[in-house]
Design a protein around this ligand. Structure first.
Ligand SMILES: Nc1ncnc2c1ncn2[C@@H]1O[C@H](COP(=O)(O)OP(=O)(O)OP(=O)(O)O)[C@@H](O)[C@H]1O
Ligand code: SF4
Ligand SMILES: [Mg+2]
Length: 325
């Protein structure tokens, strides 16, 4: 097997939090033993409800947070043991696109300065070649040359996201962590930005970690999909496997929230009860059992391991076979 571009091996991250003003500090397990790999030119879609740990995984892969446990390898090299030169190269090779195109761009900088800043920071293009590179990047994301001196407030949400993408592309990264890049945009604009990311991926051979709440948003772009629940991956596999042959009741519930992606027309609609439990007090046994329509007594006491249910398709449920095969 070829070395993946990036690989996380059982990474974990806890935060010390104070649940109330006078409450003692407690440990919140935001990410708990997550393993994933993204190959060159591949997109991994990471989905799950609010608070399940998606952004924390993204920040760990970016090197913005240090894992408490586990390891991350980029092109086969462990980040923990990376030399200074390797860290500098890593900071260039891995870029991020943010959810909110309104707050992630400096309002006092012109578009050309915003896109050109990473070029200056990384010293990649000589000063006299920068303007040309900035115009090239603007063209790649569908912005026109005459917009170069405008300020972010003069653009719509979709156009601002294009500026953020051009900025991320400026340093010719290998991997882009896109953290809910379309969730703040109108539906019609969401499709345009997803299509742009798809075109750029093909043209530049990029890899993405594409984070979204909703499985329908990750569907178009992803080669592989991972579904998170309370800090853990509960199901992962090739995109078409996850959509057509899901093996976990939580994935089924997420998919049934969007009726058109349910493969069989007679499939019932599953309404999830309540919000996910807080990661401060995760339920014992299978963390999904308080909300699972199929839970049996064993689910309250025994945690199902994430294991292969079909070829290259893993799920963490005691009853996958009975329910879905
Ligand atoms: N810096 C932090 N300090 C304390 N707790 C944090 C911190 N960052 C995240 N958390 C907690 O860790 C858990 C996972 O958060 P995270 O932001 O990764 O979730 P998410 O899946 O990205 O959620 P969303 O869909 O709302 O963006 C949440 O309970 C969150 O409150
Ligand atoms: S192990 Fe039990 S509670 Fe957990 S997802 Fe499977 S059936 Fe539901
Ligand atoms: Mg998030």
């Amino acid at each position: 097997m070829t070395t993946p571009l990036i690989e996380a091996d059982t990474i974990s991250k806890t935060f010390a939090v104070r649940p109330g003003p006078f409450a003692p500090r407690r440990t919140l397990q935001a990410v708990d033993g997550v393993s994933l790999r993204i190959g060159a030119g591949e997109t991994l879609g990471l989905a799950g409800e609010s608070g399940c740990g998606k952004s924390t995984v993204g920040k760990l892969l970016m090197g913005l947070l240090e894992p408490d446990g586990g390891s991350i390898r980029f092109r086969g090299r462990d980040l923990a043991g990376a030399t200074r030169e390797e860290r500098t190269a890593f900071r260039k090779d891995v870029q991020m696109i943010f959810q909110d195109p309104f707050s992630s761009l400096n309002p006092r900088m012109r578009v050309g300065e915003i896109i050109g800043e990473p070029l200056a920071i990384h010293g990649l293009v000589p000063r006299d070649g920068r303007q040309q590179r900035i115009l090239e990047l603007m063209g790649m994301v569908g912005l026109s040359a005459e917009q170069i001196n405008r300020y972010p407030h003069e653009f719509s949400g979709g156009q601002r996201q294009r500026i953020g993408i051009a900025r991320a592309l400026a340093v010719s990264p290998k991997l882009i962590v896109a953290d809910e890049p379309v969730s703040a945009l109108d539906l019609s604009i969401q499709a345009q930005i997803i299509n742009l990311l798809d075109e750029l991926k093909r043209a530049l051979g990029l890899s993405y970690l594409f984070i979204a709440h909703d499985l329908s948003v990750v569907r178009h772009l992803s080669d592989r999909v991972a579904v998170m629940y309370l800090g853990r991956i509960v199901e992962t596999g090739p995109r078409d496997e996850i959509f057509a042959r899901f093996q976990h009741p939580y994935t089924e519930a997420l998919l049934s929230a969007v009726p058109r992606v349910i493969p069989a027309p007679d499939k019932k609609r599953i309404i999830l009860k309540g919000d996910p439990p807080t990661p401060l007090d995760p339920p014992p046994g299978c963390p999904f059992h308080p909300r699972c329509p199929y839970a049996e007594p064993v689910c309250a006491t025994s945690r199902p391991p994430l294991e292969e249910k079909r070829t290259d398709h893993l799920a963490a449920c005691h009853f996958s076979k009975k329910l879905f095969c």
